[in-house]
Write a protein that binds this ligand. Sequence first.
Ligand code: N01
Length: 504
Amino acid sequence: MVADVSGQHGGAIDAHARRRPRVVIIGAGVSGIASAITLQRSGFDDFVILEKGSDVGGVWHWNHYPGLTCDVPSHLYQFGFAPKPDWSQVFAPGPEIQEYLADVVDRFGLRPHVRVNAEVTAARFTGSGWVVETGDGTRYEADFVIAATGVLHHPAMPELPGLGEFTGEVLHTARWDDTVATDGRRIAVIGTGSTGVQVVSALQPKARQLTHFVRSPQWVIWAPMWLPQPAAIGVALERLPRVNRALYQAGMTGARLFTDVVTRPSWRRRAVQEYARLSLRAQVRDPRLRADLTPDYQPLCKRQVLSGSYYRALNARNADLVTDAIETVTPTGIRTADGRHHEFDLIVFATGFKAHNYMRPMNLTGREGLSIDEAWAKGPRAYRMTAIPGFPNLFTVLGPNSPTGSIPLHHAAEVTARYIAEWIKRWSAGEFDTVEVTETATARFESEVSDALEPTVWNTGCNSWYFTEAGTIDLLPFDRSTMETMLAAPEDVDFHLRTVPTDD
Ligand code: N01
């Protein structure tokens, strides 16, 4: 078992047996769960999953704001190896997804491997493996580290002047406090990404007054997010696993259309964009409100927002849209640049995430003392989303340039985890002690990505969380089969494989 340094472990090469790799997985969200189950299915059981939160589920554990719904169809938002036939809705509510992930962890016997409330604060490459340390000082020795730390994890909280003086309540959607009352109150929601749109739709009906502060409007495509999945369909799919599997495959095939639309200009892209414009025209009749809600960039450029209720919520008598800049927060509300003062009981920040932090602020040190902050001084980078020069025997799942905006994420995590497992199998067979991607291969991958990003819709002139501070787009501009080919098998020419001399 992966143990703290004082634990018992025999990791030495046995000429007659395969080595038993010790693996630390950081994070128990979608990618951590996919990694753990993939290791299990490859015959490896000496792994521990270190999770900072109090439960598994990652983003679905941390987020439980009112209205949280997955805007990806449920039958695609699941693991290929753990199909759930009986989703309650076509677009599942957040708590049901969290339940699904917890259920997968139980069904696959992962609980004994999970340490919750175990935030990794440091990880150091020793020359042959890793020592990983959690906040309470526990240390784990590992042959491999898998950083499954997520993309949308660190809430972004703007430092608005006067915020500390506000006498009402303040919440960030990603750290929602379920005890805070919202009914009958005057609520400000700041931010208009997928989260802001969902939370506005959910809070408006029972709020005394809801004001949505929108700095840059988003295109909001109409979709019936509430559509139930009849129970009979769940029962039938449960009894007919082949049909369920075929449905999943059909969904994956359908998802190709979406990848195509965002990565290549075509009439298909234009058709979807026209539908986004129509969604606004058809639902917002007031010309002034419509003008305020019209973005100055192409639909699909930012992560596309889907909602069947947002515009209706804004049209309600108790709802207001404010596009004037926020000047300051006062003890009782918000003053905007036009001099108006808006009184509130509650301010909700739906202001998104620091999406390019990945495993940071962890103190991660690779070969020859190289820190991750030094390695990523010009922004996060990884060969094929998973391997970082200078960090041997460490892989990321849903790391830099992962297809968060174009390919079903569970699938991307599974494909990456299988790729990592291939390396670990070869380590287990004694082929090498350390594996490290070359700088040349990483630079080549970056250059391929950069060229392929040119014609994508993300590159058509908007500002979104897809952009890093260095101005690059942190997404994968390739289709699913290209991603699968990239990660089908390790290519030795792109790696340094080393053996570590032993004392005897
Ligand atoms: O965050 P965002 P999100 N003053 O970064 C505004 C996923 N997700 O949490 O555009 C005023 O998209 C900012 O304004 P601007 C999904 O991938 C999935 O909504 O910078 N406003 C923007 O409007 C999504 O894309 C589901 O001008 C400020 C907003 O805050 C991702 O999470 C559900 C501001 C941030 O939007 C992130 O979405 C929900 C300031 N100082 C989310 N600072 C599913 O259903 C920021 N803003 C799967």
